[in-house]
Design a protein around this ligand. Structure first.
Ligand code: CA
Length: 227
């Protein structure tokens, strides 16, 4: 059973999906436009969002980006847009999966189950990490330093989290590229450097006078609190 927010402006699709999804034990809230759906998703969290892209009030991709800025809820894009570039854009904007219309309720339900399985297995890692004055709460996607909230981008947060989870260890740029950027084959050292320098600035330190982020020349970077 999942609590599902179904964002779809086509009444016929809603009418076709609703009974089948409910029959499968899901609790479904259907909404025909984007902004009310965004508001709803924030006010009353659900387990998964099914998101059409062609919506009357806001483009679904834009909605997805807005949602991703504040929520980690699994999102399955369900749309008639089937061009490869659009599928890539959807996944890059933060979709967990992408189905192309027409799809059956059975197909969608299998996607929902798969997304929920992946999400559930990611949960145990969502424990709060503390290193010195740093506190990183992955579930809330919030990081604080000495009690002060750090305004981090998504990547900066993931980078800080990856380093904090292995505090005291040297983490190579290649490992960071794989873990944070999902680029297992490297090639973007510069990307890591740039984000590290932004992160340093937000932590109020510099490479020359590090407090938490220590560069180990030629190897990688190590997050370590002051002695
Ligand atoms: Ca539509």
């Amino acid at each position: 059973m999942a609590r599902i927010l179904l964002v779809e402006d086509d009444q016929r699709i809603r009418d076709a999906l609703l009974p089948s999804l409910r029959q499968r034990g899901h609790v479904v809230t259907p909404l025909g436009s984007g902004l009310p759906a965004l508001e709803r998703a924030l006010k009353d969290p659900v387990d998964v969002v099914i998101l059409d892209l062609g919506l009357p009030d806001v483009d679904g991709l834009e909605l997805l980006r807005m949602l991703r800025a504040v929520s980690e809820v699994p999102v399955i894009v369900a749309t008639a847009r089937d061009a490869e570039a659009e599928i890539i854009a959807g996944l890059d904007a933060g979709a967990d999966d992408y189905v192309v219309k027409p799809y059956s309720a059975e197909h969608l339900d299998a996607r929902i189950r798969a997304v929920l399985r992946r999400h559930a297995s990611a949960q145990p890692a969502d424990r709060v990490v503390r290193v010195g004055g740093l506190r990183i709460d992955p579930a809330a996607r919030q990081a604080t330093l000495d009690g002060r909230t750090l305004e981090l981008t998504r990547l900066e947060f993931d980078l800080l989290r990856a380093l904090a989870e292995r505090a005291g260890e040297v983490v190579t740029k290649r490992e960071l590229l794989a873990e944070v950027w999902h680029q297992p084959f490297g090639g973007g050292d510069r990307t890591v450097d740039v984000h590290l320098s932004w992160l340093r600035r937000k932590l109020g330190e510099t490479a020359a006078a590090p407090r938490y982020l220590h560069t180990v020349r030629g190897v990688g970077v190590k997050l370590q609190p002051e002695p």
